[in-house]
Design a protein around this ligand. Structure first.
Ligand code: SF4
Length: 383
């Protein structure tokens, strides 16, 4: 049953103009301020709002918290490709799958700086660096070099920095914070329930633990997932619930659309899947983005891998639903990426401008640790 918040519109006017009153969950999202107290039922209610209304409300929410003209341009560089020991079922860089990606050594610092300069010259304000590793344990010299990269990109180019290096412990997170890292990316990937169908070599809770270490060190958390891994809409709700019950919400929330890679188990599964409810529709992407915007209104919602597979009107709808960041540049790890010129033209056409970089982080981290909010009881029906 749809729970309805207090509606002040005269019933006869509702009938004449087709005015719909908001569900209580939608009212909570749009009128109740930022909160980490969400039930899956509330998130499901928002997710299943009629699509026109959902996108409309998400756009209004977006305008309450962000400049709707601004979009953050980020560029991602793979600083260490392939040879990863993990078994993430979608990934071209896992050494367990025959995807044609060869293991390479870590890129040297001058190459990284040249790529960062190129990104900045093209309007990117955030530079992200990814390494195909399970974790940073035992990688002292790599940690040191990555710290140098972060510091130089901050100091010489004034860009925000983000790295994704696999699992890190508390000391490693503090080391990256001391180097001036803006954000650390560690995706939860999908729902807790669907997760074991995709990855077995590290648990969902391992991921949450790294996220906690990052936040405790005062680094902004970048975490999101991949849509199209054979999950259901309920998995989208559960995935969003994990993110929205973090305190604080992730600063950055990447939404990736699966790019199926030949040789990976997910590609094989999706190619033969008969259960239509597990095939990703564009509507489901839009619902996930709009719901994220409504329940995590301050987060930067980042349209990440797979954007190049979307037609321009589809991307436009993602922005209408609350996206305000894109990856742009030459590559998106091992997949293609829409280029700077193409993106600049598209955004200019829509009247959008690149977001300025955030101020440098404070010397002494002051951020509150990420913790899961206790869950409230379902609300009573309110008419
Ligand atoms: S997603 Fe990351 S951790 Fe998983 S296999 Fe690929 S590189 Fe390794």
């Amino acid at each position: 049953m749809l729970r309805i918040s207090r509606c002040t519109v005269n019933p006869s006017m509702r009938a004449v103009f087709g005015v719909r009153c908001m569900s209580s969950a939608m009212a909570k999202a749009t009128q109740g301020g930022v909160t980490s107290y969400w039930t899956q039922a509330e998130i499901s209610e928002i997710y299943h709002t009629p699509l026109m209304e959902l996108v409309h409300q998400a756009q209004l929410q977006h305008r309450r918290f962000h400049n709707p003209r601004e979009v953050q341009l980020c560029t991602l560089l793979n600083i260490k490709t392939g040879g990863c020991s993990e078994d993430c079922g979608y990934c071209a860089q896992s050494s367990r799958y025959d995807t044609g990606v060869k293991a390479e050594k870590m890129v040297d610092i001058e190459t990284v700086m040249a790529k960062a300069r190129q990104a900045r010259a093209n309007g990117s304000t955030r530079f992200c660096m990814g390494a195909a590793w399970r974790e940073m344990k035992g990688r002292k010299s790599a940690m040191k070099r990555i710290g140098e990269m972060v510091t130089r990109i901050n100091d010489e180019l004034g860009m925000e920095t983000c790295v994704t290096l696999g699992m890190i412990d508390e000391a490693q997170a503090r080391q990256l914070a001391a180097a001036g890292l803006t954000a650390y990316n560690h995706n939860i990937d999908t729902s807790r329930e669907h997760y074991p169908n995709v990855i077995t070599t590290r648990s969902f809770d391992d991921r949450l633990n790294t996220i906690k270490n990052v936040a405790d060190a005062g680094i902004k958390v970048c975490t999101g997932g991949i849509l199209g891994l054979g999950e259901t809409e309920q998995d989208h709700v559960s995935f969003l619930h994990t993110l929205a019950t973090m305190t604080p919400h992730p600063e950055s929330l990447p939404i990736n659309r699966l790019v199926p890679i030949k040789g990976t188990p997910v590609e094989a599964t999706m190619a033969t899947l008969v259960d239509q409810t597990r095939k990703l529709s564009f509507d489901a992407i839009l619902r996930t983005i709009a719901t994220a915007r409504l329940i995590m209104p301050q987060s930067i919602v980042r349209l990440a891998a797979g954007r190049y597979t979307m037609k321009e009107p589809e991307q436009f709808l993602c922005f209408m639903a609350g996206c305000n960041a894109i990856f742009t540049g030459e590559r998106m790890l091992t997949t293609m990426c829409s280029g700077w010129d193409e993106d600049k033209q598209m955004l200019e056409k829509w009247g959008m401008t690149p977001m300025a970089p955030a101020p440098a982080p404070p010397q002494q981290p002051v951020r509150q640790p990420v913790r899961r909010a206790p869950q409230p009881q379902p609300e009573a029906v309110v008419m």
